[in-house]
Ligand binder design. Structure first.
Ligand code: SF4
Length: 358
């Protein structure tokens, strides 16, 4: 049975018209609107709350559509206000979602897979093998659960931006990502525009161009190295899609989309933070419209990499700025709850181990 949050507006309309063959077009649209708004604007996830719908319609909806949602297994709140939820999916797999508030806006970082195949050496999620791709409803529900928890329904938005930067490589789950974004963008529902959504990729070249045409949000490229030698050593995916290949597709994305691409670069002490690396990175940045997010490395138990010093980080940033590029430093958030960039995994793995011990 299909889950409600797997349906876009037109899918729902189709189901309603299949169920109620006797309804005319106007009534089908009216019912679809009502139900869609109950779910996505009011946060009514139980059809019992669809108060003004006739019992016959409710009954048939429940026969056709599954309204199950993931459960919150654990919730951690960082000293800096970051919140991390560990969600248990209906099949008992676990994923993590992180809410990151800042002065004037807040971002929700969502996962696209359970585990990840890419095995980036500095990333804790990459140590966990891929278990599965998330379905559209498992992705959309991360946002719905966060809205519920933040009591955002009918009130001022507490989630301004959505970033697909949690567990997994979004472009290895392309169709479900695309469907989830269609649902997020519906202006009668959650209403996130293209400029409020960023999809991050480690450079799955064939899907970069496809995303420009079929998805159209902001793109973030997890580059993390200024040449193939270093990138090969920290991101095995580079052996399949090397820097030149990725740059070529990013140029196409920028032309199609008309927006700058965010380059994500985690600074690893004595690996990719030298002055020479900064110069090489500047050359890459000159090739297409982009801006750079420098990310402080967040260590996790057992990792061999170290965080770059503040001094080296400033030097690196100033060299790039000297070439006329836009650079920001992303402050580490939620690292006390292992909710920061590249740290997602621990809680879900620990949870699994505990279950096995029971
Ligand atoms: S950085 Fe992203 S793509 Fe790389 S292993 Fe971690 S989750 Fe996967």
């Amino acid at each position: 049975m299909v889950n409600f949050a797997d349906l876009n507006y037109l899918d729902l309309k189709q189901i309603i018209s299949n169920i109620f063959l006797n309804l005319d077009k106007k009534k089908i649209s009216m019912r679809t609107n009502q139900i869609w708004k109950f779910y996505y604007q009011k946060g009514y996830f139980d059809p019992k709350l669809f108060s003004n719908l006739p019992e016959e319609i409710l009954q048939k909806l429940k026969e056709e559509i599954n309204f199950d949602r993931p459960k919150i297994k654990n919730k951690q709140i960082s000293n800096d206000g970051t919140i991390k939820w560990l969600l248990e999916l209906n099949d008992k797999n676990l994923v993590e979602t992180v809410y990151i508030p800042s002065d004037n806006h807040a971002t929700l970082c969502i996962s696209s897979q359970v585990g990840c195949t890419l095995n980036c050496k500095f990333c804790h999620t990459g140590v966990q093998p891929l278990v599965k791709n998330l379905s559209a409803h498992e992705i959309v529900n991360q946002i719905l659960i966060a809205k519920d928890e933040l009591k955002e329904w009918d009130k001022e938005k507490k989630i301004n931006n959505i970033v697909y930067m949690g567990m997994g490589e979004p472009f290895y789950n392309f169709e479900n990502i695309k469907k989830s974004i269609e649902i997020l963008k519906d202006m009668n529902g959650l209403g996130f525009s293209n400029k409020r959504i960023t999809v991050s990729t480690s450079g799955i070249s064939p899907n970069i161009k496809k995303a420009a045409k079929e998805i159209g949000t902001y793109l973030a490229l997890s580059l993390h190295a200024p040449n193939n030698k270093i990138r090969d050593s920290i991101m095995p995916i580079n052996k399949k899609y090397n820097i030149e290949d990725v740059i070529k597709h990013c140029k196409e994305y920028a032309i199609e989309n008309g927006e700058k691409i965010f380059i994500e670069y985690v600074l690893l002490k004595d690996v990719n933070d030298s002055e020479e690396c900064a110069k090489q990175l500047s050359k890459i940045m000159s090739q297409f419209p982009c801006k750079l997010n420098l990310i402080q490395f967040n260590p996790w138990p057992g990792v061999k990499y170290k965080t770059s010093s503040t001094e080296q980080t400033s030097k690196f940033m100033n060299i790039i700025k000297g070439y006329g590029h836009i650079v920001t430093i992303r402050k580490s958030r939620g690292d006390d709850i292992l909710g920061a960039c590249g740290q997602l995994k621990t809680a879900s793995e620990r949870e699994k181990r505990l279950t096995l011990l029971k």
